[in-house]
Design a protein around this ligand. Structure first.
Ligand SMILES: C[S@@+](CC[C@H](N)C(=O)[O-])C[C@H]1O[C@@H](n2cnc3c(N)ncnc32)[C@H](O)[C@@H]1O
Length: 405
């Protein structure tokens, strides 16, 4: 897309994007419901941006991919895509959501799940994970109300290795992850083990259906397998800082579109824990997916938000966007959705850093709802993940358009 043309298109696409950004409908479709990743995009917004600013066959890159919303929408609309994230949980979720499965694999998972559900008896014995890696994985999920869910999950995780390959095993763990989140995260009443088993079966059926549709969307026409290989997104578990040297992504750069949402300045989002019965945090999701964590919240949010002037945040931001400037070219458009706890000083600082590393902002003058020609929306009580009780900071979010100066 030519430079001038893309500037004009940013303006024209605004009405469309404004409607998509205001979208409050529950997240759904394709594999989006496999996990409720905190602060995830509305798929409708991701799709609107991808359709407006890229063509089939182009590459879309999401450096802070989270649960992979951008990648799923890119793949089902015929774009090549890639993403990175520093959180092993995000990497796990994004990879399961974007990996096509064959019909025989999906059938095997369904059979495994149905057989398992009748095997999850609380009186059955379980091999508990041992060793320092999993120390504390059961924190805050071992009291009178929560232990039956923990034990059911332990029994189920033990059975995952019966599945024949890593793709199926990861998928199975994702069903357990979703069931565990449903049962434990931000709930006032913890369900019984029986209710948990029913819910597991419901998710099994739903996710198998979603995986079929997603796989079909990627591989259509006479070259179905070839299409699928080409469109299956590449997910990497790594920081975006230094991504310009990443050999696995060499054929994806420069991307036509960078669509992303980085950690937000001054806004608290709990990416790596579940909150059980109030604000008691558990690292259980890492144990369920089989990827150890060990990092504090600030690892995932660009540093300690309590430090004066958010100094660590802006330092990491600079490193991240410096790497993005190196993988972009003159035709790359970068679209971000960013929330600010205090936009009055955080936004100018944010933009200054982007400018210093080489990005120029494009402001769509046709925008009607704001004085600064940017698309804003208020997010009272963190509405887009309002079910994360306890996270109450109100903030404003904005869509920013950039490309190389
Ligand atoms: C707002 S979330 C992205 C959500 C995503 N748009 C979605 O739809 O799920 C920001 C993500 O940035 C990730 N992150 C933080 N520091 C990072 C870094 N240095 N490199 C890559 N990802 C990072 C966090 O782990 C988090 O998943």
């Amino acid at each position: 897309m030519g430079r001038l043309r893309s500037d004009v298109m940013v303006g024209r696409a605004c009405a469309f994007l404004m409607a998509a950004a205001q979208d409050r409908k529950p997240v759904g479709g394709w594999t989006h419901n496999f996990y409720r990743y905190p602060a995830r995009f509305s798929p409708r917004f991701a799709r609107a941006v991808i359709l407006a600013f890229s063509n089939p066959g182009d590459t879309v890159f999401d450096p802070f991919m989270g649960g992979g919303t951008t990648l799923v929408e890119a793949a089902v609309t015929g774009r090549r895509s890639a993403g990175t994230d520093i959180n092993p949980l995000a990497f796990f979720v994004a990879r399961v959501k974007t990996t096509p499965l064959s019909e025989s694999e999906i059938t095997e998972i369904e059979q495994w799940g149905r057989a398992l559900a009748s095997d999850l008896k609380l009186r059955n014995s379980v091999t508990r994970p041992i060793g320092s890696t999993w120390q504390g994985y059961d924190r805050n999920i071992s009291d009178r109300k929560t232990w039956p869910i923990r034990k059911t999950l332990e029994l189920a995780v033990m059975h995952v290795r019966r599945l024949g390959n890593w793709r199926m095993q990861q998928f199975a763990r994702c069903i357990l992850l979703r069931s565990g989140q449903w049962a434990l995260d931000c709930r006032s009443t913890i369900p019984s083990a029986t209710q948990f088993r029913w819910r597991f079966l419901k998710f099994l059926e739903e996710m198998a259906g979603d995986a079929r549709e997603y796989t079909q969307a990627l591989g259509s026409g006479i070259d179905a397998d070839e299409n699928r290989n080409l469109l299956a997104p590449v997910c990497l578990s790594r920081s975006v800082i230094g991504v310009e040297k990443e050999e696995q992504l060499a054929s994806h750069f420069p991307p036509a579109l960078i669509l992303t949402s980085p950690p937000y300045p001054g806004v608290h989002v709990l990416y790596h824990r579940w909150q059980v019965q109030g604000r008691r945090e558990t690292p259980a999701p890492f144990w369920i997916v089989g990827s150890p964590d060990g990092n504090g919240a600030s690892h995932y949010t660009f540093g300690d938000r309590k430090r004066r002037g958010l100094a660590p945040y802006f330092e990491i931001l600079r490193g991240a966007f410096n790497s993005l400037a190196r993988i972009a070219d003159n035709n790359t458009l970068m679209v971000q959705l960013v929330a600010f706890s205090e936009p009055s000083w955080q936004l100018p600082m944010y933009l200054k850093i982007l400018e210093e590393v080489g990005f120029r902002e494009i402001r769509p003058t046709s925008v009607v709802n704001s004085q600064d020609a940017r698309i804003w929306r208020a997010v009272p009580n963190r509405k887009w993940y309002a079910d994360q009780r306890g996270v109450t900071t109100s903030s404003k979010e904005v869509i920013l358009f950039h490309r190389l100066a």
